[in-house]
Design a protein around this ligand. Structure first.
Ligand SMILES: O=C(O)CCC(=O)C(=O)O
Ligand SMILES: [Fe+2]
Length: 282
């Protein structure tokens, strides 16, 4: 197995493994690389749904995503990305095409305990475009001006699915109404690495608790500008057979949303539960 850092501080590539036959020691190396580099790509895999789920479960339990209309019909823990992009009328479904491309974000901020990780498996990749951008939330925290960090210490962001925008068509109207805003501290300590990071998602945030609306909006804007730090980024260029996992506790990501819409860009996607944490053999 070879592990190679591809990006700046984050984003590692793993080659020379078959995740179907990976032993515990091999898995521990991948898991540790993932904690160190926040985003890890295992290249060249050839998996069916059961095999993808079995490998994903090694990172923790799986959580079914709230978007029911993009669930795999036979494997509800799998969300289908890019599938059924054209409606019966032949029109491009922009919600599917642009999913994840609205802005840098972290998955599951609308949950009381957000997903620990998201993992994608690439089934089909377009001839150009369709990258995924990543940025380190540790670096974002480290780079905050002292004044801002002091002002926001102990403050909470309030999040809901869809954030300040109109309800997303990915949720039914009922499911959307049932969603209660949740609170997360803006700065958090990673439960496995002990490192501090910025926890923020401009796509799902409603407000910063305890600030007047104008100040809350201004802080949201400022954090949006500061969440992606130069020198701590990784752009993933997909190949078919890639498995990419990212850590939602310490990184941000965004789909480029720019590939030729008439081409296929298909993934299976799973969300990993926050707890219990994985215990690795020594
Ligand atoms: O399709 C991608 O590149 C990433 C989409 C995304 O944001 C996600 O799956 O959480
Ligand atoms: Fe996402």
């Amino acid at each position: 197995m070879e592990i190679r850092l591809l990006g700046e501080k984050i984003g590692a590539e793993i080659t020379g493994v078959d995740v179907r036959t990976l032993d515990d020691a091999g898995f521990a190396r991948i898991y540790r690389a993932w904690l160190d580099y926040n985003v890890v790509c295992v290249r060249g895999q050839s998996l069916d749904e059961e095999q993808f789920l079995a490998y994903s479960r090694r990172f923790g339990g799986l959580q079914t995503h709230p978007s029911k209309n993009t669930r795999h019909p036979d494997f509800p823990e799998i969300t289908l990305l890019g599938h059924d992009k054209f409606g019966a009328d032949g029109k491009l479904n922009v919600t599917i095409y642009r999913r994840g491309s609205l802005g840098f974000h972290t998955d599951g901020a609308y949950n009381p305990e957000p997903f620990k990780a998201t993992q994608l498996y690439a089934l089909a990749i377009p001839s150009r475009g369709g990258d995924t951008y990543f940025a380190s939330a540790y670096a974002a925290y480290d780079a905050l001006p002292d004044e801002l960090r002091t002002r926001l210490e102990g403050r909470y962001g309030v999040y809901v699915y869809g954030g300040r925008r109109a309800p997303s068509p990915l949720l039914s109207a009922e499911d959307h109404k049932a969603k209660k805003p949740v609170f997360h501290p803006l700065f958090r300590t990673h439960p496995e690495t002990g490192r501090r990071s910025l926890y923020f998602d401009p796509v799902k945030i409603l407000r910063i608790e305890g600030l007047e609306p104008a100040e809350s909006d201004a802080v949201i804007e400022e954090l949006t500008d500061r969440m992606v730090v130069e020198g701590a980024r990784y752009t993933h260029k997909w190949a078919r057979g890639d498995i990419v996992i990212w850590d939602n506790r310490c990184s941000f990501h965004k789909a480029a949303g720019d590939y030729p819409p008439e081409e296929d860009r298909l993934h299976w996607r799973v969300s990993i539960r926050p707890y219990p944490l994985v215990q690795l053999a020594a």
